[in-house]
Design a binder for this molecule. Structure first.
Ligand SMILES: Nc1ncnc2c1ncn2[C@@H]1O[C@H](COP(=O)(O)OP(=O)(O)OP(=O)(O)O)[C@@H](O)[C@H]1O
Ligand SMILES: [Mg+2]
Length: 284
């Protein structure tokens, strides 16, 4: 049996994974923008994004390098403050990071002096869990990402992909309501990547979790999501939101289907054949 992430067995497994309540936004970007000061003037990294992500929805974000994907995620994580507008989670304005939002960074951020287990347990130290329970949760998450044999290893002895899996385990262990993932599988080889995608979907299917997932891989964006947000650069903004009208569970067969290819091509076109700023119809 595939290991699952904690709460799963207790949750309503009969509910359709995409059977969320679209009227209840879990994450709301309301005219959220971000400018950075320059020596002369300022740079608009993100230009007033308005986007609602429903409770339990899986949304992926794709777009050219520098279009503001990480900035968007950082606003939801509370690691950066918007210079215009607001970001709300569960109806409350985000003012900083919180344990209900698990973040996986584009650059795996591990403490070099802690072992894999130490890194994964770190996020649990802020909780009221006993040491034994922390250990159990950490070991479960480590097993889930396939690092059980390396629980006592230091990060410097791991490959890039293993470090990234350790960072993923750290976020999974805390069991957050919202997962904010910034190119989490970018450093993984093709096979591990597909396995991690399926595992993430498996977990998401069982648990009530909302996922905002940044990737530069169009196939990955379509395979995982119910909606793909395509961003455009200069200024960073939402260019299009494309529905992925494919059933869950997503399978290898589905990945090879003409319907998948059609949506993939649509997203690909939206990413790589963008019209210049100003000529794009506003997103509704
Ligand atoms: N702290 C900062 N100061 C100034 N400019 C910044 C800062 N952080 C990001 N930027 C700029 O904002 C823009 C968006 O950056 P961001 O990291 O969000 O892009 P991205 O879409 O995640 O790119 P990538 O795909 O390469 O990860 C970029 O042009 C970047 O140079
Ligand atoms: Mg980025």
């Amino acid at each position: 049996m595939k290991p699952s992430l904690s709460k799963s067995d207790a949750s309503d497994a009969s509910a359709a994974p995409d059977g969320f309540d679209a009227s209840a936004a879990k994450i709301s970007f309301r005219g959220a923008g971000k400018t950075f000061p320059l020596k002369q003037g300022e740079f608009t990294a993100l230009d007033e994004v308005s986007l609602d992500i429903a409770d339990r929805e899986f949304v992926t974000v794709v777009g050219p390098s520098g279009c503001g994907k990480s900035t968007l995620l950082n606003l939801a994580a509370g690691l950066a403050e918007p210079t215009t507008g607001q970001v709300l989670v569960d109806g409350a304005v985000v003012t900083g990071p919180g344990p209900e939002r698990g973040v996986i960074f584009q650059q795996y951020a591990l403490f070099p002096w802690l072992t894999v287990r130490g890194n994964v347990e770190f996020g649990l130290k802020l909780t009221s869990l006993s040491a034994a329970e922390r250990r159990r949760k950490a070991d479960h998450a480590i097993e889930l990402v396939g690092l059980a044999d390396f629980a006592d290893a230091l990060p410097k002895t791991l490959s890039g992909g293993m470090k990234q899996r350790c960072a993923i385990a750290r976020a999974y262990a805390v069991d957050p309501d919202v997962l904010l993932m910034d190119e989490p599988f970018g450093a993984l080889d093709a096979l591990t990547r597909v396995q991690m995608q399926d595992q993430l979907l498996d977990t998401w299917t069982r648990e009530r979790r909302t996922v905002l997932f940044v990737t530069h891989d169009v196939d990955e964006a379509v395979y995982l999501a119910r909606r793909v947000v395509v961003m455009a650069a200069r200024p960073g903004r939402v260019h299009r939101v494309i529905e992925v009208d494919l059933p869950y569970p997503r399978t290898e067969e589905l990945r090879l289907s003409p319907e998948f290819a059609r949506i993939r091509n649509e997203v690909w076109h939206a990413v790589y054949h963008q019209e210049p700023a100003g000529s794009v119809a506003p997103v509704t």
